[in-house]
Structures are given as C-alpha cells and as structure tokens.
Design a protein around this ligand. Sequence first.
Ligand SMILES: [Zn+2]
Length: 361
Amino acid sequence: MLQSSGAARRGRLSLRSGVVETPLFMPVATRGMVRLLPTQVVAELGYQVLLSNTYHLMLRPGAKVIAEMGGLNAFTGFAGASLTDSGGFQIMSLGATITTEGARFRNVYDGSWVTLTPEEAVSTQEMIGADIAMVLDVCTKLPNDRGVLERNLDLTSVWAERSRSVHNDDTQRLFGIVQGGVDSELRAVSAKAIVGLDFDGYAIGGLAVGESQDSTLDAIRATVSYLPPDRPRYLMGVGDPYLLAHGVALGVDMFDCVAPTRIARHGTALTQQGPLRVKGWGNRGLDEPLDADCNCRVCQSTSRGLLHHLIHVDAQSAGALLSVHNLSFQARLISRLRGAIEDHTIDELVANVDSIWRRSG
Ligand SMILES: [Zn+2]
C-alpha cells in the first residue's frame, strides 16, 4: 500500500504481467474482448487489467486453444494484466444444478451437459493463464432465505479449500471469494473462513444482485473489517459511480462491472451531471458533446446530435462510441478517487458523487 486516507487505500499490485495501480476498475471482456471496442482503445483509456470469463472461454474456444496461443494476454492482445472470473456468477444466473461435487449446467453453445468442479475451475484458469484467477464460488440470488445463504456460504468455503489445494502456479494470483448475501453475521462467518485459507487476495462476491445500494454498502462494511490489510480486496460485479466511490472509501481496491458498456449499448451515457439518455428528443440536432468535462475522443469530435441520430438508425455504431465515452468516464472517476486518497479529500469527492448518483431505495 502506498497511502491511505481513512479506510481508503492507494496502492500498487505486483502481477506477472507487471505492476498495476489501485484502486482500479476492470472493463469486462467476457469472451476476450470488450464488446464493440478494439482492445487497444481500452488500453489507451488507461485500463491496466482486463476481466474475462472462464465459463465462456472454457466452452469456446476452449482453454487449450488459448494456452496454445500463449495464454490469455496473447489471445486478447491486451497490453496489460488479466483476471478471469471463475464462473460462479454465470452458474447462478444460468440456473445450474449445484451439488457438493460441483455445478452441472448445459453448454449454452451446443446444449451438452457440462460439470464444473472447483478443481477444474482452477486448472482451467491455470491453463488460460490469467494474472489473477478466482476460486469457484456459489452465488445466491437476493433476497433469499438465511438457510439457503448459509448452505451456499458453507459450500463456497469447502470449494475454496479444494481450489486452494490444487492451485500450483506460483506466478498466478488466486483470490478467494466471500459470500453471505447482505447478512452481516454471515459475511463475517464467510470472511473468517475464506481468510483462514490464506489467498493472495479477497473478493466480496454475491452483491449487486437485486439488493438496495445501502444493503450493498452494509455488506461491504461487514466483510472488509475481516480482511487482512496487506492483501488486495476486490468487489465483484459492482461499478456504478455511487458504489464505486463508497467502495473505495471503505477500503476496496478492485472493481469490475459490465454496466458502463452495457448501458452504452442501450443508449445511456455517464456524465458529470448523471446518466444521460441520448435517445431523448432533446438531443436531436444538438451540437454539444455528451459531457463538456470529458476529454475522450468521442466528446472531442462527436455531437449529441450525431449520437442521437445513430441510435435511431445504426445502434451498433452509437453503442461503440458511447462505450468509449463511458469507459473514459469510469477511468476518470477512478483517477479522481486515487487523487482524492492522496490529497485526503476522499470525503468531499464521495459527497459530490452522492449528490449525483445516489438512488433512492
Ligand atoms: Zn467523453
């Protein structure tokens, strides 16, 4: 860690591909590429770590193909580091059958049955060769019964231990994942169990799955207090500006989220004034950038009027341009958060983000 301000941490993480600055946000390249964006564009926006998905990559093109091409970084062509999610979230969202052994689900590409065990999730990620691998965990949809949460938490701990015991690649970091829904007691139980297994870093999983923003923050608080200060902390699947700023203030170092690029493809821009729906007729013929404070390539050269027009006649092109802008917005927010930790102005920045991005309820 380089510096702290309150609970917030400014640090550097040393990975096989190089040293990366924290706090950091990882754009999501599910199948090896951020949708619609050349990987070089993502790197130029200042991102140092790209997240890909083991679940998808193991099905297509297969871990062996990626390994034969020299590993994930060579495969994606990203000039930086990489993290592979284990597939726990996909297992939940695709309704897999969970047994003690592992998760059984249908291959989305050809309908065949696939069983993914914690051991296979680790060996697959070793073969794919990301800088950071994640253990296979059991996510729980919220809201849910305490009994279901407890059962999934226990299985997550057992799977974490099995994952840890088969991880052989010393140059690859393996992160454990804390579950427990939005129940503070269960978060504490899970955090203690996972930390006891001594991982290279710790993720807070199973959030942003339908709970309120305040419940998310309570669950982060309940988890972070049990995590060792000398290891990176990664809040999975969370990246809206409000939770990002508060997460950093609470001591989280890493984030990923599909939202900035997903909402871009649906026509929404992130701006200093809040979300902007470019489709709105108020933008028709408007010769103004998306965000006057943004220095991204799109805001330097493209009017809202053109983007509004494209959304109606060529949504893919509009989505690509809005994706560049939204990832630029996200990169600038991370940069401001880093600066605010260094200047000890994190409380002011969080208050500013609150005033624009806090949702009611
Ligand atoms: Zn912009």
